[in-house]
Design a protein around this ligand. Sequence first.
Ligand code: PEP
Ligand code: MN
Length: 410
Amino acid sequence: MTAGEVGEAGIRPGAGGHPEVPPAGAGGPDWREWPARQQPDWRRDEFHAPVRRALDAAEPLVTGEEVRELSARLAVVCSGDAVLVQAGDCAESFHAASDARTDAVVAVLDRLAAGFGGGRPVVRVGRIGGQFAKPRSRSEEVVDGVPLPPFRGHLVNSEVAEARARRPDPRRMLTGYRLAASAHRRLAVHREARSGGWGPWSSHEALVLDYEAAFLRPDDTGELVLGSTHFPWVGERTRQLDHGQVRLVASARNPVACKLGPGATGEDAVRLCEVLNPDRTPGRLTFVVRMGTPAITSALPPLLRAVRAAGHPVVWVSDPMHANTVSTPDGRKTRFLAAMLEEVGWFTRIVRDHGEHPGGLHLEVAAEEVTECVGGPVPGFAALADRYETLCDPRLSPAQAAELVARAGF
Ligand code: PEP
Ligand code: MN
């Protein structure tokens, strides 16, 4: 079987299209063989090996020049003279991906940037162009009494609650690649239309090593660049130092981020600095703090003290969403805008009290006026039913996110 015979998977009939699979790249270290959590169980699938070969031969989606430029912008954020707004879906959908949707996400980034940072330049980063894979806390989801494998993002399986749909399908990686390539082309059009490099960049969680590792390749200067996204992050569940995700991004020239939950210690943070930014380059490493309120008041100060004592430059960013998730009586996941505002308030105060700059916000925001979080135009649980569309975690609507950003105190 050749790459061309593999085909794609995961697009509803009628959406169509074929992957573009140009000639082989130079190849990098193979992090696919490293221990790693949250990987799909698909290695015995007949399509696994041919899809990997196709990805190894696929054109990277970002250039070394682009990631060096973004690194330089993030160095300005690190110095306190600019701020970062990172926003987009929890899980991007294969079904929604289009140029129009990319434009809508960029419009949301622009709207948030307009109210943020007190006049400083704003680095705009979308959770876009590859945010297709999700780590899950439970290995099973029970639907109407029937246990099913969880939805792991469109890169891996389908959200449809049927056993067959939940089977991981490696061909989805080719669909994900093609859609991510389109999104990157569209982001490039937006960046070209703006001067000074403050245009929109891509980011996603570097989770599925079969996909990500295929894109770690030397650029024409010989530096290893992760070609799947401008700004990869490592999630809270996969930030083990000796595992594949951390090692993969550690070896890439891209700026990198890592989520830190309430269980992270000062020692964890310093070790991550040593592995992810051994040269202590400002802008290279962003910590995305997602601790919840009030846990942040006790969990964040030791991290700031330890990292500062060790002399590591870090961009400190707040994700006020992931540790403030609650369930409604009928079992829907939601989040309160008030709790997010409280966490952000603590974040900015604590970071400044420790002599550092609050660097920005990392948010899950839809491009549409959804009703997934409570606050502002969504007064309570009853109103969530109107437009609850997320594939995974509850997102802010653009209006809710604009309110959060305006009141965040950056
Ligand atoms: C996410 O950003 O969607 C996510 C899963 O985050 P975390 O790793 O912080 O839980
Ligand atoms: Mn999420």
